[in-house]
Design a protein around this ligand. Structure first.
Ligand SMILES: Nc1ncnc2c1ncn2[C@@H]1O[C@H](COP(=O)(O)OP(=O)(O)OP(=O)(O)O)[C@@H](O)[C@H]1O
Ligand SMILES: [Mg+2]
Length: 75
């Protein structure tokens, strides 16, 4: 499990819901809306997940969970 936390602008519920959507961006022409879409695809392709905990005006914590492929291989 990897967590990445910031003390930035945070997200409201609608932004959280759309954050992983292709081309969704709240940054206007400054953002492509690719970052989290691609990150989520990478996590899913490794049978993992990314989740968001965020409070508007306070910050955001992303949690990436990836399976341990070595689990059970060492006895
Ligand atoms: N750390 C963060 N704190 C607050 N909001 C975020 C954060 N990361 C992403 N978001 C929200 O999710 C949206 C989508 O993020 P994503 O990274 O996919 O695209 P982007 O940052 O807008 O553009 P780019 O991928 O080009 O950087 C952002 O526009 C923003 O609204
Ligand atoms: Mg981004």
């Amino acid at each position: 499990m990897i967590t990445i936390t910031d003390n930035g602008v945070g997200m409201d519920q609608e932004t959280k819901n759309k954050a992983f959507s292709l081309f969704f961006s709240s940054k206007g022409t400054e953002g492509t809306g690719l970052g989290l879409f691609v990150s989520n695809k990478i996590a899913l392709s490794h049978n993992g997940t990314i989740s968001i905990e965020s409070t508007l005006g306070q910050g955001t914590c992303f949690t990436i969970v990836l399976p341990n492929k070595f689990k059970g291989e060492v006895s």
